[in-house]
Design a protein around this ligand. Structure first.
Ligand code: G1P
Length: 243
């Protein structure tokens, strides 16, 4: 299993400082945030880590350049999260970690790997419960009704950033994905979706709807996710990680 960490986004919600420092490199104490995510991936037992960056984010490559288990690929155009993941295409199953999603209080990736191994789950998507009025910020999953209150659910479908009226649940995709290698075939022919972007959510939704890919499970991990892609989430991370 390989890890893919996405860190090629434009950082518009963190402008203007993101013009000179990638949001993923903002400090949490004495470490850049991205280092905490690299540590989470290593702890989950991956064989190597690919970080997806853009040419404006060479600082990330410079910082990690001496780490032998890390390599880099470039997303030349910001065409969406699914497109970013596709740039790191590999023949292995993958653990995808979003570079602006810090999780405190548990190692979400390790927990997902563990439940996947113990139960022989094909794919596991990290989830969190969100207030219904905020569904339009997230990928939202549809699962069986009897599943909605449990921490492990079977995902039947997923919608990227639906309005509350269209949201099939309040279970949101929370920055961590354990995916079978077949996801790359789906991403390679994925049509643009929400906001004209190639969405990872849409490719996983196709896998969830098609039995040949095996069941896609959702797992509500214990930890608290901070979205450091915006100043409020970053301040929250500083407070929580300080303890
Ligand atoms: C991305 C995903 C979305 C997910 C969110 C938080 O959106 O597309 O499905 O819920 O991360 O993990 P973004 O925050 O990059 O717009």
């Amino acid at each position: 299993m390989k890890a893919i960490i996405t860190a090629a986004g434009l950082g518009t919600r963190f402008a203007p400082v993101s013009k000179i420092i990638p949001k993923e490199m903002l400090p949490i104490g004495s470490k850049p945030a991205l280092e905490l995510i690299v540590e989470e991936a290593r702890l989950a037992g991956v064989d190597g880590i690919t970080i997806v960056i853009s040419h404006q984010k060479e600082m990330i490559r410079d910082y990690f350049t001496s780490s032998s288990d890390i390599d880099f690929v470039y997303q030349e155009e910001q065409l969406g999260l699914g497109h970013a993941v596709l740039q790191a295409r590999t023949d292995d199953d993958v653990l995808v970690l979003l570079g602006d999603a810090l999780v405190h209080g548990c190692s979400a990736a390790s927990e997902m790997v563990k439940i996947s191994k113990e139960n022989n789950f094909a794919s596991v998507i990290g989830l969190e419960r969100v207030p219904l009025e905020k569904t339009s910020r997230y990928g939202i999953v549809k699962c069986d009704d009897h599943d909605t209150n449990s921490s492990v659910v079977t995902i039947r479908d997923m919608i990227e950033k639906p309005s509350p009226e269209l949201a099939p649940s309040n279970l949101a995709v929370a920055g961590r994905y354990l995916l079978k290698r077949e996801i790359f075939e789906l991403l390679a022919n994925q049509a643009p979706g929400k906001n004209g972007e190639i969405q990872l959510t849409d490719a996983i939704a196709r896998a969830a709807r098609d039995a040949k890919f095996g069941e896609v499970k959702g797992f509500v991990y214990d930890g608290k996710r901070c979205d450091i892609g915006n100043p409020d989430g970053y301040y929250q991370a500083l407070t929580i990680f300080r303890g």
